[in-house]
Design a protein around this ligand. Sequence first.
Ligand SMILES: Cc1ncc(COP(=O)(O)O)c(C=O)c1O
Length: 417
Amino acid sequence: MWVSTFCSGDPSVFEPYWRKNGGKCTITISGHDSLSYFSDPNSVCWYMEPELQEAIRRVHRVVGNAETEGCHVVAGTGSTVLFQAALYALSTSSSSVAAEPMKVVCAAPYYSQYKEQVELLQSRLYEWGGDAETFDGSAAPFIEVVTSPNNPDGSLREAAVANKTGNGKLIHDLAYYWPNYTPITRPADYDIMLFTLTKCTGHAGSRIGWALVKDVEVAKKMTTFMQITTIGVSKDSQLRAAKILDVVAEDCEQHAADADKTFFGESRKLMAERWEKLREAVKDKKDVFTLPKYPKRYCNFSGRYFQPAPAFGWLECKEGCDASALMKAHNVLTRGGETFGVSSRYTRISMIGREEEFERFIERISGIQCVDEEDEEEEEEEEGFVVMNGNNGGDVIRLGNENSNSHGKWLEQVEVQ
Ligand SMILES: Cc1ncc(COP(=O)(O)O)c(C=O)c1O
């Protein structure tokens, strides 16, 4: 049986665009290229190709989503490794060498990988401190990660605790602050800003991310982390990423008066269409689950108001219901709220997968039906249907056309929660 996996954030949604326009990004790498570890001995990030640095600054300039002036650019194998590099740099800076590991916090729901990365090597420099909203930041220096727009719920965020206490050092993960997902309201201007090609253009497999860093000492430490862990970043990937970003930036410059014609414009339209389909599919299921509402904002890049269309849908079910188990019963694998530090009433679905998978998902979610309580008894007797009564004694959900074994399992999971 086909099982749709909506738990990963693999950004294949932009593949059709690149199939149509990818020819412009072709580069040739000869046998004699990329032999040396070094790229630019005059730059803090000595392994970074100057073309990539230029292309990154150019794309931020034309999109207007980040202030690059006065920032050092540090390249990484995706932004994942740069998160670790930033943790290393911030937890070893001379002003904050601590006897205890520094706590790393992020407001819940948070991107699940932060916790996994912080805990993986059981470092003596830092440790996971959980939800920033409930963290007491008055005692010792700590690191707060701010993800905006947030993965998983698409909210626009500012620091929850760091600005209140003066003890916190900030890492801003701005992976989704691009016009394909959200209106660009101002250039972001923070101490450490992480970006990635993965969510900007969809080229996750190229594994290119970058950090814009204000403090040169922090940038040097991040580069040292990269030097010791991987001795740099693939030059072949850097050159390809530079070309892709240049093509995107040039396209934006050429269509400055009509942003809809750019990569970002077309991608935003696609994302908006998907969100419309999702909202349509759940609109008569308010008793089962709801989606967040995002207000329209003016986008400086597009020159108009639009509603954010985040990379993930954040479904909220009624109290007592396990949202990812509900989706699993419909053969849709999603990532449950507990992974993101909140209740299992929530689950995350990817909006950036392949078209056919997305359509299949919409079909399945449309198949979830609400049943009036008085119909419950009758429905329970019907063969091939399972009735799930929410623990709060509220609405009843009927799951149709599914194999009874998987329903049985799902009911067990729901009942023990
Ligand atoms: C908020 C956030 N930051 C970072 C990443 C990792 O990106 P990369 O592929 O550059 O490692 C992701 C990937 O899903 C993400 O959602």
